[in-house]
Design a protein around this ligand. Sequence first.
Ligand code: FES
Length: 170
Amino acid sequence: MDLRIPVSCSPCSSIRPNRRNRASTLAMTAKSQLQMDSAVTSTQVPTHSVTVHDRKRGVVHTFSVPEDQYILHSAESQDISLPFACRHGCCTSCAVRIKSGQIRQPEALGISAELREKGYALLCVGFPSTDVEVETQDEDEVYWLQFGRYFARGPIDRDDYALELAMGDE
Ligand code: FES
C-alpha cells in the first residue's frame, strides 16, 4: 500500500510559505530584540571613570568601568594590573581608600561595615556608582584595622627558634 501524498495535495505545501514567513518574522523579531537589548544596555548602564593610585608601584591608572562590572575585572580586561589575591571579597589584598566618589560593594565580606563607612573598599567585588578615585592601602592596613584589636599584644614577632624546630620536623 502506497501512503505517499502528492506534493500538490500535501497539507504541508500549503503551510510551508506561512512557516517560512513566520520563521523569517521570528528571526527579524529576535534580531530587532537583540539590537534593542544592546541599545538598552549601552544606554541604561552608565560607565564611570575609575582612577587608582597604586602607591606600592608608584603608578596611576585611569580607566572606564560600567556600573554593573567589578572594578578589578574591568581593569584586568583593559590590561591593567592591580593588587589582588582571593578575588572573592575575603582577603583584603585589593583594598583601597576612596579619595572621591562611591563604590557599591554588597559582596565585600572581607571588610567590616565600619571600615566601609570610613571609606575603604574592595576592588574585586566593587562596582563604581560614580566616577571614583582611590588609592591602594599600605600592606595589611585594612587587615590590621579590622582584626588588630583581637591581637591584644600587637603583631606577633618572628620566632626563628620555633621556625627552625618546625622546619626540622619536615
Ligand atoms: S582580592 Fe581578596 S578581597 Fe579582593
